[in-house]
Design a protein around this ligand. Structure first.
Ligand code: NZQ
Ligand code: ZN
Length: 389
C-alpha cells in the first residue's frame, strides 16, 4: 500500500429479505416531510410503493410524491426535484429504485438550497458544496443492483442539450445516511437490466484493478469480489430467482464501488468515460455501454500494463500461464472475460448501444480523457470506438 488515503463511509446498511423492517426505525431520525423519489413505475407494479407509503404513514410522515426519475436522470428532472423539495421544505429524500433514482436523490439533496446552478457548480466544475450549505439527508431502498450508488457519493446526471453525461463524486455528506438492501426486490428486474448491472459491477472492479503495479491489499480484495461475481452471475442468469446468487451479487456490487477497493492506488476510469459519452449521445443502458467497449479497450491498453493482465488471467480466471509468454497469458485473461460476457449475454458491440460511424466523433467529443496504464488521446478513443463497432 504505497498510497496515502483517508477512508470514511457513513452509510448504514440493512441487508437481507427482512431489511425493509428497519425503515421505521430509520425514519425516527428525520423530520416530518419525506419526499419519495422513484422511477418510471416499477415500484408501483411490484407493490413496493404501497408498502413504503404505509410505513411512512404509520410513522406519521407527510409524503411528497416525486416519481418519473428516468434511467440516466436528466438535468431538467434535477431542477424539477429541487423545486419540489424547496416548495415542501422536505426533511428527507427517500430514493426507492435503482442507481438512477439514488444518484438523482443525491443531486437534489445537494442542490435544493444551493444559491446557484447545480449543473454548472457540481457537474461542470466539480465543486463541493460549501460547508454552510443545507444538504438534505438521503435514504435509499435499492431495487436494482450495479452502480454502488447505495453506499457512495456518486451522482451521474445527463444533459442532452449539451451532449454530456457527467458523474460528480460528492463527499461523505452526500452518501446515503442509510440503505435498505433486500435482494428479493431485485427479482423483478428485467434480464437485460439485470445483466447490464452485472457488467457494471465487473467494470467498476476492473477499472480500479487495472492500474498500479505495487502489492496492494485492495487488489486482493478486488480479485475476491470479481471471482464471487463471476460465480454468482453464472447461477443468476440461469435462475434469476436464486436468492443466494442474487444476494451475493447485491453485496458485491456495494463493495465494488464504495471506494474500498480503490484505496491506496491509482485507478483507470476510461471505460466509464467512454461509456458515459455513449450514454450522453444515445441514452443507452449504462452497463451495456461499458460492455460494448471493454474488450477493444483492454486489448488496446494491455501492453502498457502487461503484468497486471497476466495476474488477472491467473487469479481471476484460473488460467494456467506456465510456458506462455506474458502477452499470451494476458490475452487468455481477456478472452476469458469475453467468453463470460457471452455467457451472461451483454452487448458486445458499440453498434448495439447506438454508436454508428456517423456519431463516433460526437461520442469522442463527449469523452472526458484520462487513463491509468495509458493516457488516451481523443484519436485513441475514436480508434477504440471504431474497433468496437
Ligand atoms: O424506472 P423504473 O420503472 O423503476 O424501472 C427501472 C429502469 O427502467 C428498472 N428497475 C429498477 N429496479 C427494478 C426495475 N424494474 C423492475 N423491477 C425492479 N426491481 O430498471 C431500469 C434501470 O434502472 P436504473 O436505476 O437506471 O439502473 P442502474 O441502477 O443501472 O442506474 C444507472 C444510472 O447510474 C449511473 C449511470 O450512469 C446511470 O445514470 N451510475 C452511477 C454510479 C454511482 N453513483 O457511483 C456509478 C455507475 O458507474 C453509474 O455511472
Ligand atoms: Zn458504472
Amino acid at each position: 500500500m504505497l498510497g496515502n488515503f483517508t477512508y470514511e463511509n457513513p452509510t448504514r446498511l440493512h441487508f437481507g429479505e427482512n431489511s425493509l423492517g428497519f425503515l421505521k426505525e430509520e425514519l425516527g431520525h428525520y423530520g416530518e416531510t419525506v419526499m419519495v423519489s422513484y422511477g418510471g413505475g416499477s415500484i408501483k407494479r411490484t407493490g413496493l410503493y404501497d408498502q413504503v407509503v404505509a410505513i411512512l404513514k404509520a410513522a406519521g410522515k407527510t409524503v411528497v410524491e416525486d416519481g418519473g426519475v428516468m434511467p440516466n436522470p436528466t438535468v431538467e428532472k434535477l431542477y424539477e426535484g429541487c423545486r419540489l423539495a424547496r416548495e415542501h421544505n422536505v426533511d428527507l429524500i427517500l430514493a426507492v429504485g435503482g442507481g438512477s433514482v439514488c444518484d438523482y436523490a443525491k443531486g437534489v439533496a445537494a442542490s435544493t438550497w444551493l444559491d446557484g446552478d447545480p449543473w454548472e457548480t457540481y457537474y461542470l466544475n466539480y465543486k463541493d458544496p460549501d460547508p454552510g450549505l443545507r444538504i438534505l439527508p438521503v435514504g435509499c431502498i435499492l431495487t436494482m443492483v450495479g452502480t454502488g450508488s447505495e453506499m457512495n457519493g456518486g451522482s451521474v446526471i445527463t444533459n442532452h442539450s449539451q451532449n454530456l453525461k457527467i458523474g460528480k463524486v460528492f463527499d461523505s455528506r452526500l452518501m446515503p445516511k442509510f440503505t435498505i438492501l433486500n435482494p428479493k426486490l431485485t427479482f423483478t428486474v428485467p434480464q437485460y437490466q439485470m445483466v447490464a448491472g452485472f457488467f457494471d459491477i465487473m467494470s467498476h472492479l476492473m477499472e480500479q484493478y487495472f492500474s498500479n503495479e505495487d502489492d496492494n491489499t485492495s487488489d486482493y480484495l478486488n480479485e475476491g469480489l470479481m471471482r464471487s461475481l463471476i460465480h454468482s452471475s453464472r447461477i443468476a442468469v440461469k435462475n434469476p430467482q436464486d436468492y443466494e446468487a442474487r444476494s451475493n451479487i447485491m453485496w458485491t456490487a456495494t463493495w465494488a464501488l464504495n471506494t474500498l477497493v480503490g484505496k491506496g492506488k491509482s485507478q483507470d476510469w476510461m471505460v466509464h468515460m467512454i461509456g458515459q459519452a455513449i450514454g450522453a449521445v444515445t441514452d443507452a443502458t449504462h452497463g451495456m455501454t461499458l460492455a460494448a467497449v471493454s474488450i477493444p479497450y483492454y486489448k488496446y491498453i494491455m501492453h502498457s500494463g502487461l503484468h497486471k493482465f497476466v495476474r488477472f488471467a491467473k487469479n481471476v480466471w484460473d488460467i494456467n500461464t506456465d510456458g506462455k509468454t506474458d502477452e499470451q497469458a494476458a490475452m487468455e485473461g481477456i478472452d476469458a472475460l469475453d467468453a463470460w460476457m457471452d455467457e451472461i449475454g451483454v452487448a458486445k458491440k458499440a453498434s448495439d448501444v447506438g454508436v454508428t460511424p456517423d456519431n463516433i466523433e460526437k461520442v469522442a467529443d463527449a469523452t472526458i480523457l484520462g487513463g491509468g496504464f495509458m493516457q488516451l488521446t481523443r484519436d485513441d478513443v475514436v480508434e477504440i470506438l471504431k474497433r468496437a463497432l
